[in-house]
Design a protein around this ligand. Structure first.
Ligand SMILES: Nc1ncnc2c1ncn2[C@@H]1O[C@H](COP(=O)(O)OP(=O)(O)OP(=O)(O)O)[C@@H](O)[C@H]1O
Ligand SMILES: [Mg+2]
Length: 329
């Protein structure tokens, strides 16, 4: 069953009299129990996509297109429906949980306030549920932990608290915006494992935002690669590395940190990314792409099916596979 259906989403921001595109023509769906990865470099529009799903973009920002959650049109929701949607249908967790939690209130107060306020539960019942949910996300000594303050929690534990709060709200969709970027590798693996377990056990939909293509391919069912506000490749996560076709997806794999070369300098993708507004009528990756032709620099490639996925590259069938896999360079 489709939980979230985004069709042709375009987001523009007006700043100092000018209107700049941020996201262009993004279509993406998430089914119940499905994990979808959204991957791209800094500034590609990943967070703006998540904020649009929550309708939490700034005042200067306009969204066009359709965002449906369980068949309801999010962009046209009234104030009350929107409030209930944000409170109990969809939750968002961020890179820095400390920024999203009041430092002077206890973890118990943070976890139970929504249950008491929105769901009208008694203090006792709210506490009971919060303790059970803390145990479900792997927080031990939950009763004791409830009385503690955020500074007494590690980053990983605090991220568990944020995930716990979305479970308590009964959210069906979890938007995780770089939830593990600030954590060490071991804690990162634990939090990713927890998200994966919850998705399987509770049938949550998960949008996992990261710049780590490997991590997304390992955790998710499908991966969407974003560049300059557009989807440039979308396909099943399984075998993503060998199936990836867009030169940008390939470049991301080549630029990743390798365990074998930890001490060596990371290869970076040469050049800087264009913004969505600088690349309206061209392939935004063309200035950095070794395969770009004049046509790539002067016309916008459509997103088209290629090898059981969708790819936005007019040269996709011409580039030798060996080159795409990076074996020939
Ligand atoms: N309210 C706004 N007004 C104008 N421009 C904005 C606004 N919000 C975001 N942007 C711009 O939109 C682009 C996409 O931003 P976004 O935060 O979605 O990127 P991102 O992919 O999440 O990057 P990162 O990996 O750094 O988090 C950026 O160029 C950003 O500066
Ligand atoms: Mg972001």
């Amino acid at each position: 069953m489709t939980l979230l259906d985004i069709r042709s989403l375009s987001v523009t921001a007006s700043t100092q009299g000018a209107t700049l595109p941020i996201i262009q023509d993004v279509s993406l769906s998430i089914a119940r129990g499905e994990a979808v990865g959204l991957v791209g470099e800094s500034g590609s529009g990943k967070s703006m996509t998540a904020r649009s799903i929550m309708r939490l973009h700034g005042r200067n920002v306009t969204a066009d297109g359709t965002i449906e959650f369980e068949g309801r049109d999010v962009l046209s929701m009234g104030v009350r429906e929107l409030r209930s949607y944000r409170r109990s249908d969809v939750s968002m967790i961020f890179q820095d949980p400390r920024a999203a939690i009041n430092p002077v209130r206890t973890i118990g107060a943070f976890l139970t306030e929504g249950l008491r306020g929105s769901f009208g539960l008694s203090k006792q019942e709210a506490t009971r549920r919060a303790i059970a949910a803390m145990a479900a996300v792997g927080i031990t000594r939950a009763e004791e932990r409830m009385a503690q303050y955020p500074h007494e929690f590690s980053g990983g534990m605090l991220q568990r608290v944020m995930i716990c709060s979305s479970l308590l709200a009964n959210s069906r969709l979890l938007l995780a915006d770089e939830p593990t970027t600030a954590l060490d590798v071991t804690t990162q693996a634990e939090v990713v494992g927890l998200l994966d377990d919850l998705r399987r056990e509770r049938g949550l939909g998960l949008l996992f935002i990261t710049h780590d293509l490997d991590l997304a391919a390992g955790l998710c069912d499908r991966v969407f690669v974003m560049y300059a506000g557009r989807i440039v490749e979308a396909r099943a996560a399984k075998n993503f590395e060998s199936a990836a076709q867009h030169p940008y997806s390939r470049a991301l794999f080549e630029a990743r940190p390798s365990v074998d070369f930890r001490a060596a300098r990371l290869p970076a993708i040469p050049g800087v990314p264009l913004s969505a507004s600088e690349s309206a009528d061209a392939c935004a990756f063309a200035p950095r792409c070794p395969y770009a032709t004049d046509e790539c620099r002067t016309s916008l490639p459509p997103l088209e099916e290629a090898d059981a996925g969708d790819v936005r590259c007019i040269r996709v069938h011409e580039i030798p596979r060996a080159h795409l896999r990076g074996t020939a360079s």
